[in-house]
Write a new protein. Structure first.
Length: 527
């Protein structure tokens, strides 16, 4: 009987299983290549083109946003956007040195601001930012403006290098390092000149001009140094609230209506030696949010993810769980999640903390950073496994996940969105050319993603627009259009911690802004 089936298999170069199996388990079977292209040589041109169409269609059907239907107005807007996008891509093909997603952001920041597609994205209602950190949100200009506040002292080391700030009536007594001298900020300005101080701080508050570090460890050391420098400036109770309020304002101006913020929740200091509690830090956030919502009724809101440092002993995490539980009890609609932060490669892997993390109450959701590395197969990659097993709602970065098809499949199956932060990945040295970003594979295979900005302050980027711009022009397929952008915006609400009625309200507020933006786009033709 099997002869009848074996003949067509043999024609295709395949060896029938029964013939090979009978030779015994360990006997070597000669390998014969199966050439599909050879087998298609005899088909008609029409059949070839039909098969080709089917394969391409199958590819396209999986791409994120492809199934979204646009209404008439949106279709008109899409024509405007795609004409401009194609122009920018064609120019890039002619002269790749002018294609900004192929280069480092520090070299192209000014050029991008002039890009017509960037201008469109800037005005687009992009939904929410779901991955951003407490003291890396506001523009450099705002940070500099804070240094003019009364009673600010600066500690400088050799060559006037800024080491720390502190608000105090009298000279601060604490010493951040031995050779550091405190002086009032106003005296430093008199001594060095206002413009020179501004120029210096503009550089010191960001990663500029360093687009290349020896390694990503060095990039991380520089990056963490900015957080440390900003501590004394921002962890002063009155400033903490102002900083958050201003962040919400800058985010809203960039077309962001919702912010899910990760914070270390540091205890804040008052003038003098008095320290507030972690609970007070959350209360300040909450009251500033209420003030902002009263001033900006179209804004959707903000929620908090408690995200302390990961480079600690496992028993410290027990304390984290206790703190998170208490805070969630007092602020159940606001403090809703937990994560661990700091360089994954140098911190401890999640597996070290699993025992304590499993004690976290069910209503506190996990949003773990995982797989922010280029070390394939390292314990950092395995953070992806633990994050998924611990029931993470989203994965922060997940840069390594495309090397793990099982984790990728689980993310798709369990509907876990990957928080992709393109500019952060570039500045922290995971890759340069956005066209090679692993998120391309995620959206090509329909793993849910959201786009976020991580620490936009440190790369002098807009709160979200630059990351959207690179996702649209660099990471997504050339043909990705308004459906892709709309899908990203909707995903940012869909995969947020918003629930029930508040999610419905969120979508309604976003839709209202979206419809207006589409109207403007059609009537202005993208100008
Ligand atoms: Zn992050």
């Amino acid at each position: 009987m099997w002869h009848a089936k074996a003949q067509p298999m043999a024609r295709m170069g395949l060896r029938p299983f029964a013939a090979t199996a009978s030779k015994g388990k360990c006997e070597k079977v000669p390998h014969e290549t199966v050439s599909v292209s050879r087998s298609l040589r005899k088909i008609t041109p029409m059949a070839y083109s039909r098969l080709r169409r089917i394969i391409n269609k199958l590819e396209q059907l999986q791409i994120m946003g492809h199934k979204l239907r646009l209404n008439d107005k949106e279709r008109q807007a899409n024509e405007v956007i795609m004409a401009i996008k194609n122009d920018e891509i064609n120019q890039g093909k002619l002269d790749p040195t002018k294609f900004t997603p192929g280069q480092h952001i520090f070299q192209t920041l000014t050029a991008i601001r002039k890009s017509p597609i960037f201008k469109i994205i800037k005005k687009m209602p992009k939904g929410g930012v779901l991955h951003a950190h407490d003291t890396a949100l506001c523009s450099t200009e705002f940070l500099i403006s804070l240094t003019y506040r009364e009673n600010l002292w600066i500690c400088t080391a050799e060559k006037d290098k800024a080491i720390a700030f502190r608000f105090s009536v009298d000279k601060p007594t604490m010493k951040p390092m031995d050779k550091c001298k405190w002086e009032p900020m106003c005296e430093l300005r008199e001594r060095m000149g206002d413009e020179e101080v501004k120029r210096y701080l503009r550089r010191r508050f960001s990663m500029y001009p360093f687009s290349k570090f020896i390694s990503n460890n060095q990039a991380w050391a520089h990056f963490m140094g900015i957080f440390i420098l900003l501590d004394g400036l921002l962890c002063h109770a009155p400033i903490w609230g102002d900083y958050y309020y201003n962040a919400l304002k800058e985010f809203a101006e960039d077309g962001v209506q919702y912010l899910e913020l990760r914070s270390l929740l540091p205890p804040l200091y008052c003038m003098g030696e008095e320290m507030l509690t972690i609970r007070d830090t959350v209360a300040i956030y909450k009251s500033e949010l209420e003030r902002f919502m009263a001033d900006h009724p179209d804004f959707i809101g903000s929620k908090l993810i408690y995200a302390p440092l990961r480079g600690v002993e496992p028993k410290v995490v027990e304390g984290y769980v206790k703190t998170a539980t208490e805070l969630n009890k007092e602020f159940p609609d606001f403090m809703i999640g937990f994560d661990l932060v700091g360089q994954e490669e140098l911190g401890r892997p999640l597996i070290d903390f699993v025992e304590n993390l499993l004690k976290m109450p069910e209503q506190i959701k996990f949003f773990f950073h995982a797989g922010e590395t280029n070390w394939f197969g390292s314990p950092i990659d395995e953070n992806l496994t633990d994050a998924i097993m611990l029931g993470t709602k989203r994965i922060g970065h997940g840069y390594a996940i495309t090397k793990h098809p099982v984790s990728m499949g689980l993310a798709r199956f369990l509907d876990i969105a990957i928080e992709v932060c393109p500019v952060s990945n570039q500045v922290l040295q995971l890759g340069v050319d956005y066209r090679n970003h692993p998120a391309a594979l995620l959206l090509a295979s329909n793993v849910p993603i959201v786009i976020s900005s991580d620490d936009p302050s440190f790369w002098r980027c807009a709160p979200l627009s630059h990351d959207f711009y690179f996702a649209f022009l660099g990471i997504a397929p050339v043909g990705a259009d308004l459906r892709f952008l709309k899908c990203l915006a909707m995903n940012s609400l869909r995969y947020s911690a918003l629930e029930g009625e508040e999610k419905k309200v969120a979508f309604a507020k976003w839709q209202k802004s979206w419809d207006k933006w589409i109207d403007d786009l059609v009537s202005e033709k993208g100008c």
